[in-house]
Design a protein around this ligand. Structure first.
Ligand SMILES: [Zn+2]
Length: 246
């Protein structure tokens, strides 16, 4: 990290202080250690391009690259095949769905899937819907979206798809709505952290303060990632700050 970057990072911390972690009322979960993160950093995320077409827009930021990241879950299975099916869904396959959403999709192994001509640093489309963060709107064209394959907040229909060991019960706290969620896999959480670090290194203007849950930017409509992530979003941002070494 050069001097200018260090100064910018310091100013970010002063002017955009990260919320202090709040008491975690959930049962103890294994935490991801900094050494474990270092072992898993690959910088360039593993991206597989699929033979589907997504409608594309371009980021409208000064750098034409994302300045933040929106964390989602898909409400689907999490295998490689499930991730490919979500990609087809985004492309409108079957056509009757015609669903105008698009952003990288992460399977249980942490691999990203996109359409065949998708550039993850330049291409975007609607992924967040009406939303706002720190005075910004049109977040789908400012922040990258990441759809992490998972059943999310479980209900009567979806709870049967998830093994008991993969469930997490949470009370209402920070961005998390009370309920039982499917946990992201450990590989997904490591790949998510790696993606944040990769974007921080690669995209001018990308800030950890802008790594947000869909449930933070559209709180009345959305519950992702909720307790699928092992931390609340404020805790996750703090985790990024405290473990990143530029
Ligand atoms: Zn979402």
């Amino acid at each position: 990290m050069d001097l200018l970057e260090r100064i910018i990072a310091l100013l970010e911390r002063i002017f955009f202080p990260v919320e202090k972690p709040r008491p975690n009322t959930a049962p103890h979960e294994p935490v991801i250690t900094p050494s474990e993160i270092k072992e898993h950093i690959v910088l360039l995320p593993e991206v597989t391009k699929l033979n589907v077409n997504w409608q594309k827009k371009k980021f409208i930021t000064p750098s034409k690259m994302p300045i933040g990241l929106i964390v989602h879950y898909t409400v689907s299975g999490k295998t490689e095949l499930a991730a490919k099916n979500v990609a087809g869904y985004f492309a409108g396959t079957p056509k009757s769905l015609g669903y105008q959403l698009a952003c990288p999709i992460m399977s249980e192994s942490g691999k990203l899937y996109v359409s065949k001509d998708w550039d993850i640093l330049k291409d975007c489309n609607n992924n967040a819907g009406p939303s706002s963060w720190k005075g910004m709107t049109n977040l789908s064209q400012r922040f990258m979206g990441i759809e992490i394959c998972n059943w999310g907040l479980l209900d009567n229909k979806t709870t049967k798809f998830v093994a008991e060991k993969d469930k997490r019960v949470s009370t209402q706290r920070d961005n998390i709505k009370a309920g039982t969620y499917e946990k992201y896999t450990h590989k997904q959480e490591l790949a998510l952290i790696n993606l944040c670090f990769y974007l921080r290194k690669t995209c001018p203007g990308f800030k950890f303060e802008n790594v947000v849950g869909h449930d933070e930017i559209a709180p009345n409509r959305k519950s992702d990632p909720g307790a699928s992530l092992s931390m609340t979003m404020p805790q996750f941002r703090w985790h990024l700050f405290s473990t990143y070494e530029g």
